[in-house]
Design a protein around this ligand. Structure first.
Ligand SMILES: NC(=O)c1ccc[n+]([C@@H]2O[C@H](COP(=O)([O-])OP(=O)(O)OC[C@H]3O[C@@H](n4cnc5c(N)ncnc54)[C@H](O)[C@@H]3O)[C@@H](O)[C@H]2O)c1
Length: 325
């Protein structure tokens, strides 16, 4: 039995709190040693609440620690490239929330830093490790559904994050921030790349999002290189409940993942329902680092998903169909 992997976590907002709960209490073979946030009070309160031994009010302090083997990055998306490069230089393996960066050029620079440092990088495409999505992947891969020809995916959040988060300069905007999960699923499930995107969107529910240049409802039609087609819809105002569903239609059959809300069993702690969605990706990360196995989602996957998301954003802006290289 190997010694537990020692982890650090940078960024303790919405997503960071989920990772903190999971890393501190719910993983096998790992220990959360330190957390950092530029909001020092948030870092100290999180450490106290979850019994984490150390906290820092800046990422550099955490990255300078010699007792950490791997670092989670859950700070806002526009900070990822700088933090990833610093973590790579510090010789830490990295789990980075999606996306790795907001532009392809920054993504490439971060990937080059990872390669130079010889560290490993996993991206936070958590659905790739969830049991129901793995069953769908197996059904496609085994040929049970025949040739996959139609992809359909829905991601609708209960409410919008604040405009300061949605700002495309911070999050990439709806197609990058939310859509990248669905574009990644499309690539992963079909084992094919997207060649063409047509997208549109509006900001009709939250005028404050329009003011920062983001959208609250959007959809994108996709065509894969192999000819299959797909459609993705995204909403920031699913008042009836968090709604996440994916469907693959093949030449011999179809399969559906997700359920109409409410998805959480009545009476269950809402945090526990969320933790169940994100724990498998972290256990996979820890196991892969300790055992030398494959990582479920890589920096190259983020690059490919981002290229589709940027094409969708461009298509929605211009009304044009965008062909990817
Ligand atoms: N996988 C998913 O389903 C999912 C869901 C939500 C968010 N995310 C991702 O998680 C990341 C964070 O999103 P969020 O919703 O938690 O944002 P948030 O704004 O709620 O929290 C960000 C936190 O990072 C801190 N921070 C800001 N700059 C920092 C820096 N340079 N160093 C250290 N800490 C810093 C802030 O003080 C804040 O506590 C984003 O990349 C987002 O795309 C992923």
């Amino acid at each position: 039995m190997s010694a537990p992997l020692h982890l650090g976590l940078i960024g303790l907002g919405r997503m960071g709190q989920v990772h903190a709960r999971i890393l501190a209490r719910q993983l096998e073979r790992a220990r959360l040693i330190a957390v950092a946030d530029v909001d020092g009070e948030r870092a100290s309160l999180t450490a106290e609440r979850l019994g984490i031994p150390h906290w820092h009010d800046n990422p550099a302090g955490l990255l300078a620690r010699s007792d950490l083997q791997a670092v989670y990055i859950a700070a806002p998306s526009h900070t990822h490239p700088e933090l990833v490069e610093a973590a790579a230089q510090a010789g830490k393996d990295i789990f980075c929330e999606k996306p790795l960066a907001l532009t392809l050029a920054e993504t490439d620079r971060a990937l080059a830093a990872i390669a130079r440092a010889g560290v490993r990088l996993q991206l936070g495409f958590m659905r790739r490790t969830q049991p129901d999505y793995l069953r769908l992947k197996m059904a496609v891969r085994s040929g049970e559904l025949g040739r996959p020809v139609l992809f359909r995916s829905t991601q609708r959040d209960l409410d919008a994050p604040p405009p300061s988060f949605c700002d495309p300069a911070v999050s990439g905007g709806i197609f990058v921030d939310m859509g990248i999960h669905e574009f990644d699923l499309a690539r992963w499930l079909f084992d094919d790349e997207i060649r063409m995107v047509q997208a549109m969107g509006s900001a009709l529910v939250f005028p404050a999002l329009a003011a920062v240049g983001d959208l609250d409802n959007a959809c994108a039609n996709l065509q894969f290189r192999g000819g299959a087609v797909g459609t993705v819809d995204l909403s920031r105002n699913a008042r009836y409940g968090e709604d996440i569903r994916t469907e693959v239609v093949g030449s011999l059959g179809g399969m559906f993942v997700g359920a109409l809300p409410p998805v959480s069993p009545l009476g269950r702690d809402p945090d526990a329902v969320v933790d169940d969605q994100y724990r498998p990706e972290s256990q996979a990360f820890v196991n892969a680092l300790l055992d030398g196995g494959e990582l479920p989602a890589t920096g190259a996957d983020s690059r490919a998903g981002l290229a589709v998301a940027l094409a969708a954003r461009e298509s929605a802006r211009t009304g044009k169909t965008i062909l990817l290289e």
